[in-house]
Design a protein around this ligand. Structure first.
Ligand SMILES: Nc1ncnc2c1ncn2[C@@H]1O[C@H](COP(=O)(O)OP(=O)(O)O)[C@@H](O)[C@H]1O
Ligand SMILES: [Mg+2]
Length: 341
């Protein structure tokens, strides 16, 4: 579970004809605005170092233009780095020759885009089968596989329809099924749900989390929406002007934002909903048999009724019912106070 699947090291991307010449300027501290103003080159990525664990959902978040798409496109090398390496399963994919790169892209990675990118003149079944054509399966095998994924994303009965006969949410399910059908280790999702209506978007998030319980893919999920990031991400990496300013889990990002940019992102989040009891409890307290107990993985919100009814602190238990700490009204007051800063 904790093996690193993708290791990004000292990655720089500068857009423009003399990119290589300008990396040293970036290394000596020139930022994106200055590089553009003085040298007319665009700083896409500025020394990115990021370990992505296998079977995890790594969210990449940041304002528009911060470098999210540029980063994800380095993972299947749709973009060549100006400098740096991207290791997948220990292999430097920036060194792959053309044939190996094609093989790597087809077999190890699947991509889901914001604008579905379906073939309008092919039906849903053919769209899902698309990536399978290179897999040397016979016709019925390939069809079975496609039908399996069509069912998994809840589109059984729609396989003979055409994309424009489906709603946006359904089209995105097709995009997801198509990516999953080739059974890639790595799923790259660039703002995949951003074009969907809020309710459908929530559905898709739930479905992705549900699928991931069994799939256990390594998923890179780009979003500029913090709620989506907090819901989906095992880790959340935050980009600003091509720089990685923080990488952490939801709790770390909310409780210890690395800078003002991150603080601004998280300032309106309802911490009571998002934070777990474990992130604010006292670990040096003692078990008190006469006090009520709550679970360490529950949201703070879930323990509020128990807390309000209780005169005392609460015992915090882990999933095996072991005592792991104490939570008091003061802990909650502290979180509320900090949210207002
Ligand atoms: N092919 C390109 N040529 C020049 N500049 C580019 C190119 N692709 C992206 N950029 C620039 O790189 C920066 C990062 O872009 P992008 O990765 O698309 O951001 P995001 O996905 O976070 O919105 C932006 O300033 C963008 O204008
Ligand atoms: Mg983008």
């Amino acid at each position: 579970m904790s093996e690193v699947k993708i290791k990004i090291e000292n990655l720089y991307k500068i857009f423009g004809p003399r990119a290589k010449e300008y990396t040293n300027k970036v290394k000596s501290g020139i930022d994106k605005d200055e590089l553009l103003a003085k040298y007319n080159h665009v700083l896409g990525l500025d020394n990115i170092n990021l370990d992505i664990k296998e079977q995890s959902i790594q969210v990449v978040m940041g304002l528009s233009g911060s470098g999210k798409s540029t980063l994800i496109r380095h993972i299947n090398r749709l973009i060549e780095p100006t400098e740096g390496t991207v290791l997948v399963d220990g292999e430097d994919i920036t060194k792959l020759n053309k044939a190996d790169l094609l093989e790597f892209r087809r077999n190890k990675t699947g991509m889901v885009f914001q604008r579905f990118a379906l073939f309008p003149h092919h039906n849903i079944l053919d769209n899902v089968q698309f990536g399978l054509s290179i897999k040397n399966l016979d016709k019925s095998e390939s069809k079975d596989k496609a039908m399996y994924w069509i069912e998994k994303v809840g589109l059984t009965g729609f396989e003979n329809k055409f994309p424009n006969q489906l709603s946006g949410g359904m089209q995105q399910r097709v995009g997801l099924a198509r990516a999953l059908a080739i059974d890639p280790d790595i799923l790259l999702m660039d703002e995949a749900f951003s074009a969907l209506d809020p309710l459908i978007r929530t559905d898709m998030q739930d479905q992705l989390l549900d699928l991931q319980k069994n799939l256990k893919k390594t998923i890179i999920f780009i979003t500029h929406d913090l709620d989506e990031a907090l819901k989906l991400g095992d880790r959340i990496a935050i980009l600003n002007g091509g720089k990685l300013v923080q990488d952490g889990n939801a709790e770390e990002i909310l409780l210890n934002p690395a800078d003002e940019y991150v603080s601004n992102f998280v300032k309106d989040v309802n911490r009571i909903k998002v934070l777990k009891i474990g992130s604010i409890m006292n670990i040096d307290g003692n078990m008190n048999e006469s006090n009520p107990s709550v679970m360490v993985d529950e949201s703070i919100e879930n323990c509020l009724p128990t807390m309000l009814e209780s005169e005392s602190s609460l015992n915090v238990l882990d999933n095996d019912k072991n005592f792991v700490g104490v939570i008091s009204k003061n802990n909650i007051a502290e979180i509320l106070r900090r949210s207002k800063d």
